[in-house]
Design a protein around this ligand. Structure first.
Ligand code: BGC
Length: 367
């Protein structure tokens, strides 16, 4: 049996009628808005497999992606894997920009194993430096990469979702990102008319950039995403890739009333946008670098995770087994306090239907 059939078989065995998929099923049988919402519920508690497949070579700047990472993530209670992938580094520089067959096979294997473990998968186009520096020159290649990825996974189950581009920034301004998006969406939709897509705004997927994001109003099968690392002096203290971050080492976060008010206000703005636009929300990255003290990491992670869940946002922690990591990659042991900040030991019930106010059905009049 193909791995992706396991979930359907398990549901059938439990007596659920697959003809009328339940609200959380994430199935091609659902109407587009319902599918986006239910697929987003599968992303409820996700983990980023960061620094594995988003460099020029696996193992170059992080751990090799081990099969155990997938089984352990499923056993711990994560519901999905966000898989950052540097497709552009695995493809020819000249037309037709062919992506390496071996690399496709590597990604296929990861997806198969994840699906067999009941995990949804996000294929995220990550670290596409050329698009950030020269978006006009790179446009044709960006479209060609998505044409290939989309065609390759056209028969994958609905629980495999595509995230079109991680953190547009620099020359790929909010306006230029909207232009690139308008060009890439038809390319992906040509082979994947029913696949749930994940799309964020400019300025590194900033929360406030959602306001300028132009999504096609008649494509309801889209989950909107944002990343949250505020305050940067807390989450990126000592981060070698952020200038001036050395000066931030020692910054603490204990969740004072002011800290929490700022967090809530930031998330409230995202929620207001989501209600107005009728889009489910996925907080695709949040986390604290390992240079921060343990109490800060736990307090911030717990607070952000809770505020996301309180608003029905699904989330993905950044990241599994690297410098923000929740798992020690060599010994395969969880960093328990951090894991429990994400997945509290007491069972948490999944977000109930209707958590996303305003997304009720397809007939709501558009603004
Ligand atoms: C980047 C990572 C970085 C993380 C936090 C991600 O989007 O790809 O390299 O560690 O953000 O800054």
């Amino acid at each position: 049996m193909k791995p992706f059939l396991y979930r359907a078989a398990a549901l059938a065995a439990l007596g659920w009628a697959l003809a009328a998929p339940p609200a959380w099923a994430c199935s091609f049988d659902q109407a587009p808005q319902a599918r986006a919402e239910s697929c987003n519920r599968l992303l409820a508690r996700s983990i980023n497999f960061g620094n594995m497949l988003e460099h020029a070579r696996e193992g170059l700047a992080g751990p090799m992606l081990r099969d155990e990472f997938i089984t352990l993530s499923a056993q711990a209670g994560f519901t999905a894997i966000r898989l950052p992938i540097r497709w552009d580094a695995r493809a020819f520089l000249k037309p037709p920009y062919t992506i390496s067959t071996e690399f496709f096979e590597r990604v296929d294997g990861v997806i198969r194993l994840a699906q067999a473990q009941g995990l949804a998968v996000i294929l995220d186009m990550h670290h596409y430096a050329g698009m950030m520096l020269e978006p006009q020159t790179e446009r044709e290649r960006f479209l060609a990469l998505w044409r290939q990825v989309a065609e390759h996974y056209r028969d994958a189950p609905a629980t495999v979702m595509f995230e079109l581009l991680n953190e547009p920034h620099r020359e790929l301004t909010r306006a230029r990102w909207n232009e690139a998006l308008a060009a890439v969406l038809p390319v992906v939709r040509e082979s994947n008319p029913h696949r749930t897509l994940i799309i964020g705004g400019g300025d590194w997927n900033a929360a406030d950039a959602l306001a300028d994001l132009r999504l096609p109003r008649d494509d309801r099968n889209i989950i909107a995403t944002f990343h949250y690392y505020e305050p940067m002096a807390v989450t990126h203290q000592g981060a070698e890739w952020v200038s001036g971050a050395g000066d931030w080492v020692g910054t603490t976060w204990r969740g004072t009333a002011a800290d929490r008010a700022k967090l809530r206000a930031d998330f409230d703005r995202v929620q207001a946008w989501a209600r107005a636009e009728r889009r489910p929300i996925f907080l695709g990255e949040f986390g604290v670098y390992s240079r921060a003290d343990e109490a800060t990491r736990i307090a911030w992670t717990t607070a952000v995770r809770r505020e996301a869940e309180a608003r029905g946002f699904s989330w993905a922690y950044w990241e599994l087994a690297s410098s923000f990591g929740v798992l020690e990659p060599l010994t395969l042991t969880w960093r328990r306090p951090l894991l429990e900040a994400l997945l509290p030991p007491a069972p948490v019930s999944p977000a109930p239907p209707g958590t996303y106010p305003g997304y009720r059905d397809e007939t709501v009049t558009q603004r």
